[in-house]
Design a protein around this ligand. Structure first.
Ligand code: SF4
Length: 365
């Protein structure tokens, strides 16, 4: 039984120069066909699998770049095709530049109960540098508009270690976010991903990365958000009690999930596959009744174990000790360095360890 679904909507009104997700510029001549293709893809999947999701996550790209009528068409299509009676959490990623009262009302009406709002910063200069289409004021208006539409579970996405960002700017962004009282906050350190404009600028020496600064930004986020009552339940994620993301937790626990849409990955049992990335090819394939699958692989127990370590190490509950039985030496070294600690049957990162989580994970894989 499929319990978790991810749907990828690749359209963006603008392409941010740091973004490595699969996305493309919004082309209104393609979006209706795209929505039809998504529902055909869902039909193809439900011919093979029993689907009764407890979580659905619409990500992108920018799902709210679609028109209100298209979102309605998609959500209604899901409602008609699959049993939604067990849905506990239905998330929609939204960008402040493309949220409207009508869209919010439609999302609410069809059962979306969690919004992830891509704010990134409350500083207009930094937003400009990031190539975002919204201003801080627009982001605030969008947040209030979503609240007015009845959304009582909102995540605000933030980024830190941005080029030129000062610790004071980051503190102001955190203060502003806390003042709005969202239920969930994600705070990501900027990474310079290959094939992005930021990567080239970093390679040319225009932007610099400073591990000490990264650690200071991260430490500030942890301190301020925990003081404000948010639980740090994953390296980049903070939530008020009862509002950690059910969908993301399932993913981190290695549960099966079905991906719909271009570039979406699915993992069911020991099988993993990915849909074609190019959305035009995706549309053609899905509308002609062909599975839009681009590649697939058989997973081994070892691959699953490795993924479990990498993902669960980042969470509050940590890694099951039995998964680390072949790494006794490394585990003891990290404990001696104060980066890891034992908690019941698991190993969890200490506060100091969280700042270097990726390096610890690398040594254990
Ligand atoms: S809006 Fe999001 S998905 Fe689109 S380009 Fe920017 S960061 Fe990437």
């Amino acid at each position: 039984m499929i319990r978790h679904i991810y749907v990828h909507i690749p359209f963006c009104a603008r392409i941010c120069p740091y973004c490595a997700f699969y996305k493309d510029l919004l082309d209104r001549s393609q979006t209706w066909r795209f929505c039809e293709a998504v529902l055909r893809d869902l039909d193809l999947q439900r011919a093979h699998f029993a689907i009764s999701p407890s979580t659905i996550y619409f990500g992108g790209g920018t799902p709210t770049a679609l028109m209100t009528a298209q979102l309605e068409f998609l959500l209604e299509g899901f409602r008609r095709r699959i049993d939604l009676s067990s849905v506990e959490e239905w998330t929609m990623e939204a960008n402040p530049g493309s949220v409207s009262a009508r869209k919010a009302a439609v999302l609410k009406k069809f059962g979306v109960n969690r919004i992830s709002l891509g704010v990134q910063s409350w500083d207009d200069e930094l937003l400009k540098l990031l190539g975002r289409e919204h201003s801080a004021q627009q982001a605030e208006q969008s947040f209030h508009l979503l609240r007015a539409a009845g959304f009582s579970n909102i995540n605000i996405d933030l980024m830190f270690s941005l080029p030129g960002q000062t610790i004071k700017q980051w503190r102001l962004t955190l203060e502003k976010t806390i003042a709005l009282q969202p239920e969930h906050i994600s705070a990501y350190c900027l990474t310079y991903e290959e094939d992005t404009e930021f990567f080239l600028r970093h390679a040319r020496g225009e932007f610099r990365q400073d591990a000490d600064m990264d650690a200071d930004f991260f430490e500030m986020a942890m301190s301020m958000l925990e003081d404000a009552g948010y639980e740090h339940y994953e390296i980049s994620n903070y939530a008020r009690s009862g509002f950690s993301s059910v969908h993301n937790r399932a993913y981190w626990l290695g549960k099966d999930y079905l991906g719909i849409g271009p570039s979406a990955v699915s993992t069911i049992g020991m099988q993993r596959w990915q849909s074609v990335c190019d959305y035009r090819t995706y549309i053609e394939r899905a509308l002609s009744g062909k599975p839009p699958r681009a590649s697939s692989e058989n997973l081994t127990r070892e691959m699953k174990r490795t993924e479990r370590i990498a993902l669960s190490l980042r969470t509050r509950d940590g890694v099951c000790a039995s998964d680390l039985r072949h790494f006794a030496q490394q585990t003891n070294d990290f404990i001696a360095l104060g980066l890891l600690q034992k908690s019941k049957d698991n190993f969890v990162l200490t506060r100091k360890g969280k700042a270097v989580a990726d390096s610890v994970a690398e040594a254990l894989l």
